[in-house]
Design a binder for this molecule. Structure first.
Ligand code: ADP
Length: 486
């Protein structure tokens, strides 16, 4: 593929400031999901390659943590500038390896970069505390220190933002990082490393090791069991998150997990229906439905159900499906065949149990992993789509009568990442917001992600928060100093 700056397309991993191959010499292919073409090959690294990167990070750490926060902030600020300067190339790379429309990819680069800018600023605000002592001669001081070597394992749905959301706060806190990006989308991670190096991030502080799906378990095991790594930050599926948490328990590492969601989207009788349709379009169909905060279960109150379906149908039928690099599109392909199979399975299970296809419902005529934007009505809690995250462009519409029913159905899941609801009744807004069991809630809003707010889930959707001032704490330890004999 052609980029304005060809050096952003890398076919090596980045360890200790050098561009390297796997010791075995093995590589794997990165595929464009829109046409099946091979974009590049990158090293298929193993546990031993990973251990080398971890040791390099450990060796580089003392010099990095000793720098002033202002020095680290300066380097992060330059990295932010470079990412924004290369926004178009990064967006093209992202659309090529991940499939999202180019406009969305540009948006993600800016969103990803915003974490670098934010944490460059936060680096200088890692304040501690002075606490009144518990004796006349005692003083209590609390300081924050970088936790140490960080391992980050990231998913394919946000190839830039998932890297920066972890790496920027880690670097700001004074920690070195070893990142293992998803096998589907390593190219954006490598391009970010090129720009970080150019910005002045020292060798060994930001390492990217690439590996195939087959090698992910051994690389993951090395990252989570190494005695050197002190923190594991993972975004991905719940089963893998649980496995990594188990593995990390052997050495009691601090763990942050952003796992699956099954977001309810509730439309009450008193809602502004046009606003609710707009919010749902953004929340449901963005990234072909492949985000962990995508609306997955849409609960619509009986009084507005039919009107809502009609309005949604009009909006969805205007969507243009196509390859992101080929012009103006709203929806790209799904990431791979397994994703397509899951979407088909959810739809066929729902229709067998009585759901109706109002729009879409089929693989798209473009072939490959393209799928029609779909609306299902008469969906019930017994269908698989009610309990499993679809991760595709399917909007299943459930009907409810009372507020209590909506809350009970929304909370009837082991997940607790995001929820959305539309209402114009302030009493209801407070009551429902307090009752929903999720870490984030969009109220009369379908897009909630921003670097300024804490992103994260409760229940089995995860641990810890990313972004905001809370995001820095994930990479720091508190140390209490007791000064006696004062
Ligand atoms: P998805 O099903 O959406 O691809 P995964 O949880 O499988 O989600 O993938 C998220 C990240 O976790 C990817 O980087 C992937 O390579 C990695 N991964 C998958 N399995 C393991 C594993 N056993 N150990 C460590 N990392 C893994």
């Amino acid at each position: 593929m052609s980029l304005a700056n060809p050096k952003l397309l890398c076919e090596s991993a980045y360890v200790n400031g050098s561009w390297v191959q796997a010791q075995s010499g093995e590589v794997f292919s990165v595929i464009n999901p829109a046409n099946g073409e091979c974009l590049a090959t990158v090293p298929d690294m193993d546990a031993e390659d990973t251990a080398l990167a971890i040791r390099a990070a450990e060796a580089a750490w003392p010099e990095w943590r000793a720098r002033t926060a202002k020095e680290r902030a300066g380097i992060l600020g330059r990295w932010f500038d470079l990412v924004m300067h290369h926004q178009e190339d990064l967006a093209r790379l992202m659309t090529a390896e991940q499939g999202k429309p180019l406009a969305e990819a540009r948006g993600e680069v800016a969103y990803g970069a915003s974490f670098i800018e934010w944490f460059a600023e936060e680096a200088k605000r890692a304040y501690g505390d002075v606490i009144p002592g518990h004796g006349r001669d005692k003083r209590i001081i609390v300081i924050k220190q970088p936790i140490g070597v960080v391992a980050a394992i990231t998913p394919w749905n946000f190839p830039v933002a998932m890297i920066t959301r972890k790496v920027a706060p880690a670097l700001a806190a004074g920690c070195p990082v070893v990142v293992k990006p998803a096998e589907d989308t390593p190219l954006c991670a490598l391009a970010l490393a090129v720009l970080a190096a150019e910005a002045g991030v020292p060798a060994g502080i930001f390492n990217v090791i690439t590996c195939s799906k087959a090698r992910a378990p051994e690389v993951g095991e090395e990252l989570t069991t190494s005695l050197i790594v002190r923190k594991v930050s993972f975004t991905g599926s719940t089963p893998v998150g649980k496995l990594l948490m188990r593995q990390a328990s052997g050495t009691v590492k601090k763990v942050s997990l952003e796992l699956g969601g099954n977001a309810p989207f509730i439309v009450f009788d008193d809602a502004d229906l046009d606003a609710a349709v707009n919010g749902l379009m953004a929340s449901k169909y963005r990234n072909t439905g492949q985000t962990c905060v995508c609306a997955n279960r849409i609960y619509v109150q009986s009084g507005v159900y039919d009107a809502f379906v009609e309005k949604l149908k009009i909006a969805v039928s205007k969507m243009v499906v196509g390859a992101g690099l080929d012009g103006e599109t709203h929806q790209g392909p799904l990431i791979n065949q397994a994703a397509l199979d899951k979407v088909k399975r959810h739809i066929s299970d729902a229709t067998t149990k009585g759901a109706k296809v109002v729009l879409g419902g089929q693989a798209h005529t473009l072939g490959g992993t393209f799928f029609e934007p779909t609306i299902l009505t008469d969906v019930t809690q017994e269908m698989v789509i009610a309990s499993e995250e679809t991760f595709g462009p399917v909007a299943p519409l459930f009907r409810f009568d009372t507020e209590e029913q909506a809350i009970a159905m929304a909370n009837n899941t082991e997940f607790g990442l995001a929820a959305y609801f539309y209402s114009n009744d302030i009493r209801r807004i407070w009551h429902v917001a307090e009752a929903l069991e999720t870490g984030m809630i969009g109220i009369n809003d379908g897009i909630i992600s921003t670097e300024a707010a804490p992103f994260g889930g409760i229940k089995e959707s995860g641990l810890g928060r990313e972004g905001s001032r809370y995001g820095l704490d994930e990479f720091m330890e508190l140390k209490y100093l007791c000064l006696g004999s004062m």
